[in-house]
Design a protein around this ligand. Structure first.
Ligand code: PBG
Length: 326
């Protein structure tokens, strides 16, 4: 025994308080951004079938939802709109009375301290379900930029605290920054979905947002899951164009990318824990196959360990509840 040489790592694991003392990564309620799906119509609180505990909520039910969010200690939300009407140009995305604009005004009036992030994209608003203008079966880059800037400005006018463009056209941060600045919103930051992969993990969200492309897929604008260096080029461009935050999305299969982005850039990194990642856990939990709390807290802390400063997650309410217990 005495001549064996080894380190005793277990010394620091003996009790809960000892473990807490040496814990390297912490999840806080302030790290969480909760996504909300707002819909047009009245008295709607409709369960999204593929996303347990996630609802479509109409304006008249928003107050109750916000009260719950605030009471749980969540400080930030990201708003997704599900409009009643769609058209080729996604005009409801930049309409002054669009659903996200209405919801933003409502929340900022009643809960001024809550940080409202507005998702800036066209796919929920276009009849073809793509994130840009379509011509002859192609998704056009440059003509889409004007519409994105318009959308961002109308969201800022409604009071959005942060603009989060998710559509992956080239130059979208530059166009939105320019649009915001020209309209006098120099202080409104951009949380760019800088690194967004073309992912099957978005499936349930497309159910929720009614944003499934009507033809083709998003692979000409979203990234190939096999690529790593390309993610750094994307993040680099967005930083140069003026992004204030960098989102990496999805989260769990891309923790390596999150670490790369965190190590290379000095902006806050945001993990987007997407719908498929959420629904898989929920489904397994409902079957009694896993310990939901254990799994959720483990995956959220893994994202932080990988370099995320903030996490957009549908688990935010549960996580906030569990954080209060401990
Ligand atoms: C819209 C958008 C998507 C998500 C966020 N914004 C879907 C997509 O790109 O198809 C995915 C969110 C999720 O899966 O939770 N561009």
């Amino acid at each position: 025994m005495s001549e064996l040489q080894f380190n005793r790592h277990r010394r620091l694991r003996q009790t809960e308080n000892m473990r807490a003392l040496v814990r390297e990564t912490h999840l806080r309620k302030e790290d969480l951004i909760y996504p909300l799906f707002v819909v047009e119509g009245e008295n709607i609180r409709r369960l999204v079938p593929s996303m347990p505990d996630v609802y479509h909520i109409s304006m008249d039910n928003l107050q109750a939802e916000m009260d719950e969010i605030v009471s749980l200690g969540i400080k930030s939300i990201i708003l997704f709109g599900v409009p009643a009407e769609k058209d080729e140009m996604g005009s409801q995305a930049y309409h002054d009375h669009g659903i996200v604009q209405q919801a933003t005004r409502f929340v900022k009036e009643r809960y001024p301290e809550i940080v409202v992030v507005a998702d800036t994209c066209l796919c929920q608003y276009t009849s073809h379900g793509h994130c840009g203008i379509v011509e002859g079966g192609k998704i056009l880059n440059d003509p889409t930029l004007d519409l994105l800037a318009k959308t961002a400005v109308s969201q800022a006018e409604a009071g959005a605290d942060i603009i989060a463009p998710s559509n992956m056209m080239d130059g979208f941060v530059a166009a939105i920054r320019h649009g915001l600045d020209e309209a006098g919103f120099t202080d409104v930051p951009i949380m760019s979905y800088a690194v967004k992969y073309s992912s099957s993990f978005y499936g349930p969200f497309r159910d929720a947002a009614h944003s499934t492309p009507q033809f083709g897929d998003r692979r000409t604008y979203q990234m190939d899951p096999a690529n790593r260096l390309e993610a750094l080029r994307e993040a680099q461009s967005d930083i140069e164009e003026g992004a204030d935050f960098l989102i990496v999305k999805p989260a769990l299969s891309y923790l390596d990318i999150m670490r790369d982005v965190k190590d290379r850039f000095n902006a806050p990194v945001v993990a987007y824990n997407v719908s498929g990642e959420y629904s898989m856990v929920k489904a397994a939990a409902q079957n009694g196959w896993i310990d939901e709390k254990g799994i959720v807290m483990e995956k959220l802390v893994s994202m932080k360990r990988a370099g995320a400063d903030l996490i957009v997650t549908y688990h935010a309410k549960d996580a906030a509840r569990w954080l209060s217990e401990s």
